[in-house]
Write a protein that binds this ligand. Structure first.
Ligand code: 3HC
Ligand code: NAI
Length: 707
């Protein structure tokens, strides 16, 4: 038997060990070898029962996700699933008791294999789940048919629609597993199997009756779940397919229900939703791989941190460290500023507590990790400093010069600047190899993205340490180059410019926002600015003008500055692109004043306003993003197109089921994207300039940014 699946007999129990590191994914060969091993166990006169277990840190984490890319049509999927379903039926029909022994994770196909075994036991820290919806699919190896026979419809619906794994304790209480093993899992599994050596003790999950309460109330539970998903699963279709498959289990015999599951799975696996979500699965893991930074680059453990500046960002960053259990010094210029910052932090935690997401005890413990200070005392003890003072080059340079003196030579010095040149701070610090950008997104304690900005001299171990730290901080760290706006904000400038120009040309603020929210973004460009503060962008423009630059070349609408000059900074002032009931309110109404401004600015620029179709709004905004993304990629400021997608999904809530702006461009077709750039150039002017990479890829007949 191959090394992927090992077979041995211990104490008259056949032990079948899946050994496909790192997560024992079910590659086609693994499925086949499990099948063969079980057949061997049944035929083996020296074995009375069988145990299926995983080698390494986990049981089986699911089907090999890469294999789904080979399923190009519904028929491909139907053919493959016919084989998988038959295989699991053979396991279930094995004439000797078969016990799965779970540690780590039994996920997706892993849990489905376990469901086809006659018994399931697990370690107490094991987890089981059906996370397929996160990949835009549904359990496709009988999970929607067998799971509810073990745990009932309500829990099966929850597990298959939210995709979250459940603990061994919960799985035991629900009947998904039969026993929790203390101590050595294999020894426990063998002991358990030896109590089930008689053929009559075989329990086939597919033969278990649907629970009486589900016979009467199961379909209603499915209806209720559909109604709930209509509100929570915006834009996603897989959770609804999972409900349909579970309903089929309630209303059809097992075999017919299984066919329905296979059909629904097949529709999902070829959908653009699933392709996008699978792309995101791997893109998220790829961001940790930086080509010239080997995996074994030494990293330093960050045990203590300091944050300079307790404003909007500094406070959120200090919370992020404290939430991760890392003690953090929080420095301000004076006590008044410090108290303001601390009050905001306290208020944020109080909101978390009021939602039941934090206990009073956790609050006290977390707050105790934040040490307020107005001096640099104690900075010689920290492993990292994050600077979050005002966005001002002279101030930042002075701060880094000071930090270079008050911290240990090996301390990492990170700046949260969103626009300024990291290399200048690096020089000011006197030890540039330890300096880089840690660009958090607002609110820093909530948003998952961390752009790790690599300066010219940043040492490799500092980048590797930052990547490792980002995981500990519960962030997704993406390494980017040091260009203006880095990746997220550089591309955003093109997104916003197009939104402004569309407004001048005849679209309205609510229309543009609606198009983007219908596409799946949580908020449109104008709504987003009203939340972030119109003054923030205006000050960046002022700074750029002062140094003779613009964020995105080409025509700039004057409307944003006019809105700023009126003191309309967004929600905080009660008016911005929309009118609000009161400062701080989220209750908004469109403001005719903005339309009048758009008319005036259009007249000044000689533009005849016209009705603009929603399709054009979406196409222009997405084309602007993809074209600039292609430039970012070609200039090397992002490592992969997938990195840009991760940045957009985590930084701006770009819908995951669209796969990020670069993947979305690939689904539209790179040739179409290029044709649109050229069309817009002809219609709107030379500011639309095709990215050379895009032109080359299309000329080479390539369909992906990775060539
Ligand atoms: N298929 C292929 N590769 C997988 C995989 C899978 N199911 N699960 C993980 N991997 C790969 C990752 O891409 C990564 O590769 P890399 O090192 O080259 O980047 C490596 O395994 C390690 O993964 P993580 O970095 O995610 O490791 P963690 O320890 O952080 O997490 C995990 C482990 C919780 C198991 C996590 O990997 C995970 O959630 N995996 C996916 C689980 C899943 O979605 N299963 C369902 C698959 S679909 C299915 O089973 C359909 C069925 O119904 C037929
Ligand atoms: P802010 O104005 O809310 O806070 C800055 C704080 O720094 C103030 O409380 C000020 O008193 C303090 N400060 C100034 N000099 C100091 C010093 N020498 N020592 C200690 N504290 C000092 O500013 P905000 O919005 O928090 O921005 C901070 C940085 O984060 C800027 O570089 C900004 O570009 C960046 N950023 C801002 C984002 C946002 O949405 N606000 C998003 C991402 C980055």
């Amino acid at each position: 038997m191959s090394d992927l699946v090992r077979y041995e007999v211990k104490d008259r129990v056949a032990v079948i060990t899946v050994d496909n590191p790192p997560v024992n994914a079910l590659a086609p060969a693994v499925w086949a070898l499990i099948d063969q091993a079980v057949a061997r166990g049944v035929a083996d006169a020296n074995a009375d029962a069988m145990v299926l277990i995983g080698a390494g840190t986990t049981f089986i984490a699911g089907a090999d996700i890469k294999v789904f890319d080979t399923l190009k049509t519904r028929d491909d999927s139907m053919a493959r699933s016919a084989g998988t379903h038959a295989l699991l039926r053979r396991l279930e029909d094995a004439a000797k008791p078969l016990v799965s022994a779970i540690h780590g994770n039994a996920l997706g196909g892993g849990l489905e294999v376990a469901q086809a075994c006659h018994f399931r036991i697990a370690t107490k820290d094991a987890k089981v789940g059906q996370p397929e919806v996160m990949l835009g699919i549904i359990p496709g190896a009988g999970g929607t048919q067998r799971l509810l026979r073990l745990c009932g419809v309500k829990m099966a619906l929850e597990m298959c629609t939210d995709g979250k794994p459940v603990s061994a304790a919960k799985a035991l209480a629900a009947g998904i597993i039969d026993q929790i093993v203390d101590g050595d899992l294999l020894a426990g599994a063998i002991a358990f199997a030896k109590t089930k050596t008689q053929a009559h003790e075989i329990r086939k999950t597919r033969d278990l009756p649907i629970k009486p309460e589900d016979v009467s109330g199961g379909v209603a539970a499915c209806e209720a779940m559909r109604a709930a998903l209509a509100k929570t699963a915006r834009g996603a279709s897989a959770p609804f397919a999972a409900v349909n498959a579970i309903q089929a289990a309630l209303t059809l015999p097992f075999d017919a229900g299984s066919v329905r599951e296979r059909e629904l799975f097949a529709e999902c696996v070829v959908s653009s939703e699933s392709q996008a979500l699978r792309h995101m699965f791997f893109a998220e893991r790829d961001v940790a791989k930086v080509p010239d930074i080997p995996k074994d680059t030494p990293t330093r453990e960050i045990k203590r941190a300091a944050v300079v500046g307790a404003g909007t960002m500094g406070g959120g960053i200090a919370m992020t460290y404290a939430n991760a259990g890392i003690p953090v010094l929080l420095k301000e210029i004076d006590d008044a500023a410090l108290q303001r910052g601390l009050a905001t932090i306290r208020k944020n935690y109080e909101v978390t507590m009021s939602k039941g997401k934090m206990t009073a005890e956790q609050f006290e413990k977390t707050m105790a990790l934040i040490t307020p200070t107005t001096s640099y005392g104690g900075f010689d003890q920290v492993d990292i400093v994050v600077e979050a003072v005002f966005e001002n080059m002279d101030l930042k340079k002075a701060t880094f010069a000071e930090l270079g003196k008050v911290t240990r030579p090996d301390c990492v010095l990170a700046s949260n600047s969103s626009t300024l040149d990291v290399d200048e701070f690096a020089r000011a610090s006197g030890r540039p190899s330890k300096v880089l950008g840690h660009h958090f997104f607002s609110p820093a304690n909530v948003m998952k993205l961390l752009e790790i900005v690599r300066g010219r001299e940043t040492a490799k171990d500092v980048i590797a340490t930052s990547l490792k730290l980002s995981k500990k901080l519960n962030k997704v760290g993406v390494v980017v180059g040091n260009c203006f706006g880095f990746v997220a904000n550089r591309m955003l400038a093109y997104y916003m410019r197009e939104a402004y120009l569309l407004l001048e040309e005849g679209a309205s603020v609510p229309q543009i926002d609606q198009v983007l929210t219908d596409f799946g973004l949580p908020v449109g460009p104008y709504g987003m600015q009203d939340i972030a503060g119109i003054d923030v962008g205006a000050r960046i423009r002022q700074y750029l003008t002062s140094i003779g630059k613009t964020r995105a070349e080409g025509p700039q609408s004057a409307i944003p500055d006019r809105v700023f000059e009126l003191g309309r900074y967004g929600q905080k002032t009660g008016a911005g692109w929309y009118k609000y009931d009161a400062p701080g309110s989220r209750n908004r109404t469109p403001d005719p004043l903005i339309d009048r401004m758009a008319e005036e600015e259009a007249a000044k620029r000689g533009i005849k306003r016209r009705p603009i179709a929603d399709e054009e709004i979406l196409a222009r905004i997405m084309t602007a993003l993809a074209n600039e993304g292609a430039r970012v990629l070609e200039e090397g400021y992002a490592t992969r197109a997938g990195d840009i997608d991760v940045i957009y999904c985590y930084g701006f809530g770009f819908p995951r089921h669209r796969g990020g702006p670069m993947f979305y461009a690939e689904t539209v077709g790179l040739a179409t994207v290029l044709a649109r750039v050229k069309e817009y150039r002809a219609r709107f002017g030379d500011y639309w300039e095709p990215a050379p990479l895009l032109e080359r890829l299309v000329a080479g007949n390539k369909s992906s940014f990775e060539g």
